[in-house]
Design a protein around this ligand. Structure first.
Ligand code: G6P
Length: 372
């Protein structure tokens, strides 16, 4: 049967509303007796014990999911991770061997750039694992192992619910590999599983409590010509994703930066009225990161930036410096991106809608790019 919008104005509106479910279904059946169980990875313990390096390969939004995943794999499994755009990896004579695990991420499983990179990695002797949202697609078929995301079919060209499902799958993988390698403390595993299971309700909270206000904000900003996004740690890839989504949907110039890089260049762009989204880490998760981001906010505010802070509910430190605060529920640092990205998806969709654009079919883009 043809996919159906189910009463939503666009597939994207429907798919953003399904972000809680995309996470929940990806976790479903993979937590048993307080531990992660991924039946697809049965028999691969030796493989995971024998690797000394992970390379994540993907394109577009999936690449940003990979950048988030790096923090979790390194923290929980203590394996060094490189994240690379598949087309850059493929054509630079990469150094890869039998102790390298290549993790590809692709919603469609058909992206030619990613497929060619996976084949090249396999040819060079790497083990390959595919994170994919489409049963039986080409990339998972070409891989040694598969962890499916269960976001359901994604129709809108720009990816939303698949993104949160991809991060979820990477976290499940990181927790699994961390346990198999003896790198993960049981207490950390337990807390992380609790956080994973709490995510859908927290994402739903954003949709229920902030969606209308974010849409209003995006409508006020309908004639904005450029938007910047700043983030630090796991907030950095989320800033990149927020900028990509805004470019794709609204054709506005948008750029994401690492907040710490501000003084090394991007601060030159700040002039009065420049809108800047800032991903603010929870003060309870990391006081240091929080303080550093708040000081970045002060710096850009002093130069006239219009600051839109995405911050934890109750974070009073940002209030004096932010023009707008989009609230998100508390989560421990690694889990913040799965929640904080939702306001950015809503904003990009809202601004494109305000401009009268087709959010499902942006110009010049294809859902699945099957040419190199
Ligand atoms: C296209 C889509 C993007 C997507 C990228 C990777 O460029 O427009 O939304 O992120 O491909 O797609 P994949 O199916 O490999 O995740």
């Amino acid at each position: 049967a043809a996919a159906d919008k189910g009463g939503w104005p666009s597939f994207m509106a429907k798919e953003v509303s399904e972000e809680p479910e995309a996470v929940a279904k990806t976790v479903l059946g993979r937590v048993k007796d307080g531990g992660i169980v991924i039946p697809e990875l049965d028999g691969l313990d030796e493989l995971f014990q024998g690797i000394d390096r992970v390379i994540v390969l993907a394109c577009g939004t999936a690449y940003y999911a990979g950048l988030v995943g790096k923090y979790a794999i390194e923290q929980w499994a203590r394996i060094p991770v490189d994240v690379e755009l598949a087309h850059e990896f493929r054509y630079r004579d990469p150094i890869v061997g039998s102790t390298t695990l290549v993790v590809s991420i692709s919603q469609s499983g058909e992206t030619m750039d990613t497929l060619m990179a996976v084949k090249e990695a396999a040819r060079l002797g790497a083990k390959t694992l595919s994170i994919c949202n489409t049963q039986g697609a080409t990339i998972p078929r070409e891989s040694d192992a598969i962890v499916y995301t269960h976001a359901g079919p994604e129709v809108a060209v720009a990816s939303t619910k698949a993104f949160v499902a991809q991060i979820t799958a990477l976290y499940l993988l990181a927790l699994h590999v961390g346990r198999v390698r003896g790198a993960l403390a049981p207490s950390v595993a337990e807390e992380s599983i609790d956080e994973l299971e709490a995510l859908p309700a927290k994402i739903q909270w954003v949709l229920d409590n902030e969606q209308e206000r974010i849409e209003q904000l995006s409508h006020w900003m309908g004639d904005t010509r450029s938007v910047l996004f700043l983030g630090r740690h796991v907030g950095y890839p989320i800033a990149l994703e927020g900028a990509l989504k805004l470019k794709e949907l609204s054709y506005i110039h948008a750029e994401g930066f690492a907040a710490g890089e501000l003084k090394h260049g991007p601060i030159a762009l700040i002039e009065p009225g420049q809108p800047v989204f800032v991903m603010v880490p929870s003060p309870r998760g990391s006081a240091t990161l929080h303080a550093k981001v708040v000081s970045n906010i002060e710096e850009i505010r002093a130069r006239g930036a219009r600051v839109i802070a995405v911050a934890e509910e109750g974070d009073a430190a940002v209030l004096p410096f932010a023009d707008e605060v989009l609230r998100v529920p508390l989560a421990s640092p690694l889990f913040e991106p799965l929640i904080a990205v939702v306001p950015l998806h809503i904003f990009a969709m809202g601004l494109a809608t305000a401009k009268g654009l087709d959010v499902d079919q942006p110009r010049n883009l294809a859902k699945s790019v099957t040419v190199e």
